[in-house]
Design a protein around this ligand. Structure first.
Ligand SMILES: Cc1cc2nc3c(=O)[nH]c(=O)nc-3n(C[C@H](O)[C@H](O)[C@H](O)COP(=O)(O)OP(=O)(O)OC[C@H]3O[C@@H](n4cnc5c(N)ncnc54)[C@H](O)[C@@H]3O)c2cc1C
Length: 206
């Protein structure tokens, strides 16, 4: 949506943006209201969404779909989500069905007690967490504490994830959608809120 917004601002006839996804709806991890708000924005912007479209191959200027269809493009942006490092397959560590390291509530590998994993590469046995930074950053202090405790031979601390996390999704026209639990809201005030949070976060590392 941001790309469409920027391109359309420079040239009305730049072409079409389309989104291809294998799932039956966009943003399957967000609530129904957030999905509706984003779908409406996509439709208003003229962005085509191709759901249930599994890509079989990327060719020079086209996508070949499992259904037999073909979608032609000038420029392609791949954003297919997080994948585990391939070397994990041969590590002997217990992995989930997608290949991420299975950890217990102490963030410790369930197969190798001396190995800890957090963030995107970890898969908690007790919770299905989205691969998002908001969870990774809160696991950090528990990991640090548990490494210290493991070395000292002390009982480990449990990490308890928050029940839901706030998502702020920019829609490209100085507007954004806020979603948490079953709640969703769209507007310029959400965009300004997102800008404030993002800029404040980045400024901490300058
Ligand atoms: C475009 C984009 C936007 C995102 N926006 C959000 C957002 O708004 N909110 C949110 O909560 N989350 C967001 N995420 C997800 C978030 O970035 C991740 O969940 C988070 O960074 C995971 O942290 P991590 O430390 O587990 O992994 P990473 O941040 O990926 O860090 C892993 C590190 O390990 C290093 N590494 C990998 N392999 C090796 C190796 N073999 N040897 C040495 N080093 C290695 C990598 O270089 C990297 O520095 C976004 C992700 C992307 C890609």
């Amino acid at each position: 949506m941001a790309m469409h917004h920027r391109l359309a601002a420079g040239d009305e006839s730049y072409g079409t943006v389309f989104v291809v996804t294998s799932s039956s709806d966009i943003l399957p991890h967000q609530n129904a209201r957030a999905r509706r708000l984003i779908s409406e924005t996509l439709a208003e912007s003229g962005i085509e969404v191709h759901t249930n479209s599994v890509v079989e191959a990327v060719e020079a200027q086209s996508l070949r779909l499992v259904s037999g269809g073909k979608l032609e493009f000038d420029h392609l942006v791949l954003a297919t989500g997080v994948a585990p490092p391939t070397w994990l397959k041969h590590s002997g560590l217990a992995l989930d069905e997608r290949g991420f390291i299975v950890v217990n509530s102490s963030l410790q590998s369930v197969s190798h007690a001396k190995v800890f994993a957090v963030g995107d590469v970890a898969s908690m046995q007790s919770h299905q967490l989205p691969k998002a930074g908001v969870y990774a950053v809160r696991q950090g202090p528990v990991l640090a504490e548990n490494l210290r405790r493991a070395l000292a031979g002390e009982p480990l601390r449990a990490y308890r994830p928050q029940r839901s996390a706030l998502a702020l999704i920019g829609t490209g026209e100085r507007s954004a959608v806020a979603a948490r639990g079953a709640f969703a809201l769209k507007g310029n005030c959400v965009w300004r809120w997102k800008e404030w949070i993002d800029r404040r976060f980045v400024a901490r590392y300058r």
